[in-house]
Design a protein around this ligand. Structure first.
Ligand SMILES: *Cc1c(COP(=O)(O)O)cnc(C)c1O
Length: 463
């Protein structure tokens, strides 16, 4: 059997005592901070007061806090984390053997809960603060349903109402996550609906439309801001979400430290940037403080390449243009990935924190086409046993490539990647792949330019 199996176990766990008691706010160690959210009307930084109309009070504090390095994880949240955390850090011995590489590969597996992904780490925190504020419920949007599922579990735990606007095409074609959400007590409405002004307007303008994430966000925000005792919550992109997801990186680092392992390369898939931002947080902190150097790689789909082909400007976070402007690598809020795009990671922009770290050169980015990503997923599933989510498989593909480079050079690099979730609800995409019907599409420069033309233009924000 493989190399150091006698000294490093297949799975490295942490004891309850070793579990993180604080989240880590990487912004505290950044000399040049991510740019603030702007009010789209005045172009001034969003104030706490403005944000509190939409988001819970304590989450707004976290959103605006770019100086406090450690923020305590409330006991109630730690108690919930205990039910499914620590997530295992697995040494991919079988994969290493299959690749015949001298590289040492580890993955942090976040799919070990019913929602099947890392999104529960922030969902439970957001539900907790809503409950603590005495709110009655929260609203959100969901596309394929990972975020809605995680949030429904969190709201059930704290006894909060949850109203989910689910993009109509997914509501009809992906009934399984919808039913998980309903089982946890959420009300799920196909979007665009007839329940909101924006939904009615869109239905009138585009009869028979199957909806979009941008429209579902606008509906969820409208209901949250017009219903007493409700607020809106979001599952990625925001600084508060990256803060909660730092639990992934803190656990990873604690587990590696326990065995004296220092990674050379850290890899994460990047949609809105929350799992990547969380995984790399403590490592990026060491780099920012000048203590260590790592190679950090963000992996995105070639069909939605915000870091590798987007522009670093202020843009809308949603297609409905109701949310604040965020400075981020973006393809334009009107950019829609090609219809053949199977996996997630379809957000047009990237977290401001990840964007700023990328701009400062702390993070590298690569993109892959979906067929090669599914090939990597298949190989991983057959070696390591876990059926990975298509999103996570982007990170797998990059880890395989880095491990194969080591095979060529003979270097024994240590590679850590984030395995964000399982792929049980993505079997339609696997079916396409298995039938040989999966195709790749890379947007042309003209299509990228057309998306970017929708970026708001104001002095200092020219494309
Ligand atoms: C949502 C999701 C992602 C992408 O979101 P990030 O905010 O970029 O982390 C990746 N993997 C899985 C399994 C997801 O559900």
């Amino acid at each position: 059997m493989a190399k150091d199996v006698t000294t490093i176990p297949y799975k490295i766990y942490l004891t309850e005592d070793e579990m993180p008691k604080n989240w880590y706010n990487v912004r505290a160690d950044m000399t040049k901070k991510p740019a603030p959210l702007l009010n789209p009307g005045t172009l001034q930084p969003m104030t706490a007061e403005e944000l509190e109309g939409v988001f819970c009070k304590e989450l707004v504090e976290q959103e605006l806090d770019d100086t406090t390095p450690f923020i305590e994880i409330p006991q109630e949240i730690r108690d919930f984390y205990r039910m499914y955390r620590p997530s295992p850090l697995v040494r991919a011995y079988c994969l290493e053997e299959k690749l015949d590489t001298p590289a040492k590969i580890y993955y942090k597996f976040e799919g070990n809960n019913t929602s099947g992904s890392h999104k529960l780490n922030s969902a439970i925190a957001q539900a907790y603060y809503a409950k603590k504020q005495g709110l009655k419920g929260v609203t959100t949007e969901t596309g394929a349903g990972q975020w809605g599922t995680a949030l429904s579990m969190a709201c059930a735990y704290f006894g909060l109402d949850l109203k989910v606007f689910m993009v109509k095409v997914s509501y009809e074609q992906k009934p399984f996550r919808r039913e998980v959400m309903r089982t946890y007590g959420a009300s799920v409405t196909p979007s665009p609906s007839l329940e909101t002004n924006i939904g009615r307007a869109i239905n009138e303008k585009f009869p028979g439309t199957t909806g979009s994430l941008g429209c579902a966000i606008s509906e969820a925000v409208e209901v949250a801001t017009s219903t007493e005792g409700y607020r809106y919550v979001l599952g990625s992109v925001l600084a508060q979400v990256l803060l909660h997801q730092s639990v992934i990186g803190l656990e990873t680092k604690a587990a590696l430290d326990k065995y004296g392992i220092t990674p050379d390369i850290i890899i994460g898939c990047a949609g809105g940037g929350s799992n990547l931002g969380g995984l790399i947080a403590p490592f990026a902190g060491e780099m920012l403080r000048g203590e260590k150097d790592y190679k950090i790689i963000a992996v995105e789909p070639a069909s939605c390449p915000s870091l590798t082909r987007g522009k670093y400007v202020y843009d809308f976070c949603d297609t409905g243009m109701v949310c604040p402007l965020a400075k981020m690598y973006t393809l334009g809020s009107g950019f829609i990935p090609s219809a053949n795009h199977a996996g997630g990671l379809r957000f047009h922009g990237m977290s401001s924190i990840v964007s700023e770290l990328y701009d400062q050169g702390y993070i590298d980015a690569v993109s892959y086409e979906q067929t090669e990503v599914f090939e990597a997923a298949e190989m991983f599933a057959r070696c390591e046993g876990i059926l990975p989510a298509p999103e996570s498989s982007h990170a797998i593909k990059c880890a395989l490539d880095e491990a194969l480079k080591c095979k060529e050079t003979g270097e024994e690099k240590t590679i850590v990647f984030g395995l964000t979730g399982t792929g049980y609800f993505d079997l339609k995409a696997y079916e396409q792949f298995n039938d040989g019907k999966m195709t790749d599409y890379i947007p042309t420069d003209e299509e990228i330019a057309a998306g970017l033309a929708g970026v708001p233009q104001f002095p200092g924000n020219e494309i």
